[in-house]
Design a protein around this ligand. Structure first.
Ligand code: SAH
Ligand code: SF4
Ligand code: F3S
Length: 463
């Protein structure tokens, strides 16, 4: 799942006033959020503290997303804005380096320097463990572009999670277990920006989850571009899939809830479906993008399954876990999509009944097969379809939320609410739930009753 919001990584300030400051801004998916935290950790180890004030920063890092044209263009306008701040700092005799990381860095590399000369360093997602060295070289005046796929495993070389730093992040955490993609959907840049599928070893994942648990994390979301394609060798020498890994992680004291995202329909195996039935820690929520409901379009997208395959799969998943909340991604206006194809998408949506979904207009991405197709859909048509699809999805999301009113649920309390006297937590179905602050402590799972469904959140009272 890709999010449009931005988040800043936080690292703890160890107090020394003379230390350099880094400001990290994150675009794109949860994997970027995770990477930003790891970059913050890597830089902390070489003396940088995080700041939320861009004007204070000696180093500004933009962790970018290349998935749609708008996302990529946003980066250049942001660099333009930061260049002004850099100039102001320079006139006060203070340096500011600008770094571009993430998927735009990987896709455009050297081009970024030509288009935006204010940029001092470019570092691709496979090279984050080299960041301290990259920064050191850039400070010496070199324009550094580091976008090779490293031979060594970056996770092996990134510093271990620091307990204090994890604590500052809260009771839920992301953990990347798989990266890259071999699926080559014809609209998508990810196989080019993130490279081929790589799974992290079991022992590394378990050790990281144990450190998260020891620092107070209660809910872990396993991440991967194709997280359910994860596989690894278990301690017994046998081949493990994601289902087996989830069972292992649930044994870690303190880990109460597990989630995973994003899954591909072709990689939902029996063991993973069985985990949804047999593993109480595995939350009843599944993000399973289908993109379109027309077999013709699915074929052109190279998704390698039909609409009926997807619907049957969901039946099996619901057979294992009847209350599962389904989430999805949709693209409207893929080349060649006719009104009849779009109607198939609407029909699929009505059949599935999504609790949550993300929908996008097709964006032509250079270097992907879709960009070369000659039957592109006019922009106005895309706008119209997106509006119609989003109306149906919004209605379904609302229905799902309203169906919970009156029910008693387990709520993981996460943080103080925006308003005084409130706290916010997450339902098992990933919705934000607002309760009275006395309902429980942060990190506790408490029973509450849903009283009302608001626009974005649910409201609940202690039972
Ligand atoms: N690995 C995930 C998707 C990662 S990208 C999967 O296979 O489902 C997140 C979402 O962005 C995709 O599911 C798709 O809906 C959307 N997306 C990807 N490329 C796009 C493009 N060129 N135009 C519009 N949306 C796109
Ligand atoms: Fe992109 Fe398809 Fe891979 Fe998902 S499975 S990351 S949509 S190529
Ligand atoms: Fe964007 Fe890269 Fe994630 S293109 S969606 S940041 S994998």
């Amino acid at each position: 799942m890709e999010t449009t919001g931005t988040e800043r990584a936080t690292a703890t300030d160890t107090g020394a006033a003379a230390r350099k400051k880094v400001f990290i801004k994150t675009y794109g998916c949860q994997m970027n959020v995770y990477d930003s935290q790891r970059m913050g950790d890597a830089l902390a180890a070489s003396g940088y503290v995080a700041t939320e004030e861009i004007g204070e920063a000696d180093l500004v890092l933009l962790n970018t997303c290349h998935i749609r044209e708008k996302a990529a263009e946003k980066v250049y306008s942001e660099i333009g804005r930061i260049r002004q701040i850099k100039k102001e700092r320079a006139s006060a005799g203070r340096e500011m380096m600008i770094g571009v990381a993430g998927c735009v860095a990987q896709a455009e590399g050297q081009e970024i320097m030509s288009r935006a000369p204010a940029v001092d360093l470019v570092v691709g997602p496979q090279s984050y463990h080299r960041l301290p060295d990259v920064v050191r070289r850039a400070r010496g005046g070199e324009k550094v572009v580091e976008t090779d796929y490293a031979i060594e495993d970056k996770f092996e070389h990134l510093p271990e999670l620091d307990r204090a730093q994890v604590r500052s992040r809260g009771v839920t955490a992301f953990l990347t277990i798989q990266e890259g993609c071999d699926k080559f959907c014809t609209f998508c840049v990810v196989p080019y920006t993130r490279g081929s599928e790589v799974s992290r070893p079991v022992a590394q994942i378990v050790a990281e989850a144990e450190r998260l648990a020891a620092a107070g994390v209660r809910e872990v979301t396993l991440l991967g571009q194709n997280v359910n394609a994860w596989h690894g060798e278990g301690p017994d020498g046998s081949e493990w899939g994601l289902g087996r890994l989830l069972f292992r992680l649930a044994e870690i004291p303190g880990i109460e809830r597990l989630r995973y995202t994003t899954s591909h329909p072709r990689d939902m195996d029996d063991e993973l479906i069985a985990a949804h039935r047999d593993l109480p820690a595995l939350m009843p929520y599944l993000h399973l993008p289908v993109q379109a409901g027309s077999d013709r379009v699915l074929k052109a997208m190279n998704r390698r399954h039909t609409a009926v395959d997807y619907l049957k799969l969901i039946e099996r998943i619901r057979g294992a876990r009847p209350d599962i909340a389904m989430s999805g991604d949709f693209i409207v206006g893929f080349p060649g999509e006719a009104e009849a194809d779009f109607q198939d998408t609407l029909e699929l949506v009505r059949t599935v009944r999504y609790a949550q979904a993300f929908s996008f207009k097709y964006s032509r991405r250079p270097g992907t097969p879709g960009a070369e197709m000659d039957n592109q859909v006019p922009e106005a048509e895309k706008d119209d379809r997106l509006q119609r699809l989003q109306a149906v999805l919004a209605e379904q999301q609302r229905e799902f939320a309203v169906s919970l009113v009156g029910r008693e649920i387990d709520l993981l309390i996460e943080k103080p609410g925006r308003e005084r006297g409130q706290k916010v937590g997450r339902s098992p179905w990933l919705q934000p739930v607002i309760v009275d602050e006395k309902a429980g402590e942060i990190g506790e799972i408490v029973k509450v009753r849903i009283t009302r469904a608001g626009h974005y959140s649910l409201f609940a009272s202690a039972t």
